[in-house]
Design a protein around this ligand. Structure first.
Ligand code: GLU
Length: 479
């Protein structure tokens, strides 16, 4: 059984990079009928916050990244990690290191002066019990270090990057797996250690994560070996880059999924776009697909090694595709909050049918949901502002009469249909002997305050249902 996990750290809102990693894990799990597990890596107590955890869970759910197990919190497992640290101490694979911060500083400064990479020089690897007792008597508190042999070579076959090789010498010396603790016992376990214990306990078969974790993988493989555990497969996914090729960061503005949501992208579009950030389907012209469709096609053979450029124009295009094909009732549900936020007056329940008409009219013109605020203003406000063009149009010879003619024709018609609007337009053309263009442009200017906008007849019908059409026409004449 294939088992994968997403392991976010709640030190910030759900980041696009983490979300994309979640998507790849999810697709891989679904492709193989496996399990997708959520683990919250909250051992960094200073930077972890419950509201970030909530944001991450909400974001994953919103995207449809439903998990089969979890959330499992690392903070609930501290005793387990400490026990495993003890196991490595017992096996002689780890040791207590009493080097002080000041000594470490001094060591690094000397290495720098010699133009060497900073590393721990393993100086406390073989302390005698007497030396340990002496350090303890001095009041020193130990970290726990895991032994890394310099002459080791670590090799794995990465599902994205192929064969990967790391030398033990490049791992910075014996690694700290548990912090100091005031009472001299085993302190807080460190990231690389907790991850391995969790991935072993959760029977994770494939570790799929961003390529910024490659150096961790080399260390983690040594830990699996120390525990005589089987080593999972690894897949390191490419970074997400901005358009200039730099790693996407806070400086690029929006990076968290909740921000994308606020900007009016829909979950289906974001997820669809994220699948394309580093992966392409066998038919590379296919750009729109559901999660289920992508899961059927997903494999690591088609994941790129090169970083994936984040392309706003592409995301906008994908979002527009989803908005254009979305059922009217669903799109109306999504638009109502934006109209409410704009303080448009309407009754979401009583006006439902009318609102759906507006949605049906503008849906195919939307790129992001908030576009519907400006586009639909004309249906919600009592009076419209006239653009310069519209004012110009209404000053044209004959425009006044046209508008007045329509008002007269409207009198006595409670109901208005697409057919009857055509009748009215023809009637005014005939009575006043004017061209259709003049009637249509003057009508649009008077009704909407503009010369551009959604379909005129549909807009008129929508305004008529709220008795706004005659009033607008009269106002246009008065102005
Ligand atoms: N907690 C790590 C992160 O947020 C992920 C660790 C992992 O996937 O192994 O980057």
């Amino acid at each position: 059984m294939i088992r994968v996990r997403i392991a976010p750290s709640p030190t910030g809102n759900l980041h696009i990079g983490t979300a994309r990693t979640a998507v790849f894990n999810w697709l891989f799990a679904r492709h193989h009928g496996g399990q997708f597990i959520l683990r919250v890596e909250d051992t960094d107590t200073e930077r972890s916050r419950p509201e970030y955890t909530q944001n991450i869970l909400d974001g994953l759910n919103w995207l449809g990244m439903h998990w089969d197990e979890g959330p499992i919190f690392q903070s609930d497992r501290l005793d387990i990690y400490k026990q495993r640290v003890q196991d490595l101490l017992d096996k002689g694979l780890a040791y207590r290191c009493y080097t002080t911060e000041a000594e470490l500083e001094e060591m690094r400064a000397a290495q720098k002066a010699r133009n060497e990479a900073p590393r721990y020089d393993n100086r406390h690897r073989n302390l005698t019990p007497e030396q340990e007792a002496a350090f303890t008597a001095e009041g020193r508190r130990p970290v726990i270090r895991f032994k890394i042999d310099d002459d080791r070579e670590i090799v794995w076959n990465d599902l994205v990057r192929g064969e990967m090789r790391w030398r033990g010498t490049d791992l910075g010396g014996d690694m700290v797996i548990a912090r100091r603790s005031e009472d001299g016992n085993i302190g807080q376990p460190l990231y690389n250690f907790a991850v391995v214990v969790d991935d072993m306990d959760m029977n994770i078969t494939h570790v799929i994560r961003g390529e910024d974790h490659i150096a961790n993988t080399a260390k983690q493989i040594l830990l699996y070996e120390a525990f005589n555990a089987s080593v999972p497969e690894f897949a390191h996914t490419p970074l997400i880059l901005n358009m200039t090729g730099q790693k996407l960061s806070k400086r690029d503005g929006v990076t968290s999924i909740s921000d994308f949501k606020k900007m009016g992208f829909v979950a289906e579009a974001i997820v669809n776009y994220m699948t394309l950030l580093g992966w392409s389907p066998p038919d590379s012209t296919q750009e729109i697909f559901t999660l289920e469709e992508a899961a059927k096609l997903f494999s690591f053979d088609r994941v790129n090694k090169a970083g994936a450029k984040f392309d706003w124009a592409k995301l906008d295009w994908i979002n527009s595709q989803y908005l254009h094909s979305m059922p009217v009732d669903k799109l109306t549900d999504l638009l109502i909050p934006y109209w409410q936020e704009a303080r448009y007056e309407f009754d979401p329940v009583g006006d439902r049918a009318w609102l759906e008409k507006i949605t049906a009219l503008v849906g195919a013109s939307l790129t992001r949901l908030p576009d519907a605020v400006d586009m639909c203003r004309l249906f919600f406000v009592k009076s419209v502002e006239f653009s310069a063009e519209a004012t110009e149009q209404l000053k044209q010879a004959g425009a006044d009469n046209v508008v007045q003619g329509i008002i007269t024709a409207l009198d006595g018609r409670a109901e208005l249909s697409a057919d009857s609007t055509q009748e009215i337009i023809k009637q005014v053309m005939k009575e006043q002997n004017v061209k259709k263009g003049l009637v249509m442009r003057s009508l649009r200017a008077a009704l909407t305050g503009d010369l551009h906008g959604p379909d005129l007849v549909e807009s008129w019908l929508i305004l008529h249902q709220k008795d706004l059409d005659k009033q607008r026409l009269q106002e246009a004449i008065a102005k």
